[in-house]
Write a protein that binds this ligand. Structure first.
Ligand SMILES: Nc1ncnc2c1ncn2[C@@H]1O[C@H](COP(=O)(O)OP(=O)(O)OP(=O)(O)O)[C@@H](O)[C@H]1O
Ligand SMILES: [Mg+2]
Length: 227
């Protein structure tokens, strides 16, 4: 059983928050204490908190949404909907990778599961020379890779996977979150990827629009399984 999972993706807007919320929700239902982190967020609209990844994650673990919990979950919040280093630059700030790493480390513990959502894909710059991949590697936590089923998604998924495995980051599972405009059945995309990797694949079908779609997501138990 993992004490932490880092939810990353082949790109932005693929389903990391949905998967992180579903994992958090399902772990809680199974009786585990869960902490959520989205250390760096861009496109963060303080006037529209309900739409933020941060508030969705806090809601999925039943935490109150207060200034304190928002800041603890997401210390690095930037307004511009850009890559983190660019969004920070718009505000005259720089992201201190070491500080992000330290904040994530401090949230890890033996008595709870920590679910960390990355930002964008695996190779998104976090400031300086570091990327999200470096954060995962330095944290020494297993990754869950979320990918889509749009045209081109197979190569994106395998490329992202390669970027993790070349740094010896254990990948617990690849979750294929069905894209809105998928040219083939979800199972066909999963089968194509399964032929090229031994990493367990989890199919997440397109869910009907809902306030909290993570509540109705099918079981992602395979992500928690050891191996
Ligand atoms: N399988 C799915 N069924 C229905 N909706 C989905 C599915 N996967 C993703 N979505 C929707 O697509 C949108 C983008 O997903 P999500 O916010 O989880 O992506 P993300 O990877 O966290 O994006 P970001 O890079 O901005 O953090 C959301 O509205 C989400 O609910
Ligand atoms: Mg997200």
């Amino acid at each position: 059983v993992s004490r932490a999972l880092f939810v990353t993706a082949s790109g932005t807007g693929i389903g990391k928050t949905l998967v992180a919320c579903a994992l958090a929700h399902q772990a809680r239902v199974a009786g585990r204490a869960v902490r959520v982190l989205k250390p760096v967020a861009t496109g963060f609209d303080e006037m529209n908190l309900g739409e933020s990844d941060t508030v969705n994650l806090l809601t999925a673990v039943g935490q109150d949404v207060t200034e304190t919990t928002i800041v603890a979950c997401t210390p690095w919040r930037f307004t511009a909907p850009l890559a983190p280093d660019m969004a920070a630059a718009r505000e005259g700030r720089v992201i201190d990778f070491g500080a992000v790493l330290a904040h994530c480390r401090a949230a890890l513990g033996e008595d709870h599961l920590t679910i960390i959502e990355g930002v964008g894909g695996t190779m998104v710059p976090l400031g300086g020379q570091e990327t999200v991949r470096d954060l995962i590697a330095e944290l020494e936590v297993p990754a869950v890779l979320v990918a889509g089923s749009y045209l081109g998604a197979i190569s994106h998924a395998l490329t992202a996977l390669e970027s993790l495995t070349t740094r010896n980051i254990p990948v617990r599972a690849i979750v294929i979150s069905e894209s809105a405009a998928a040219p083939v059945p979800l199972a066909e995309t999963c089968a194509a990827i399964a032929r090229l990797t031994d990493v367990p694949l989890v199919a997440l079908p397109r869910l009907a629009p809902a306030t909290h779609p993570w509540q109705v997501a099918p079981s992602l138990a395979a992500v928690f399984a050891p191996g």
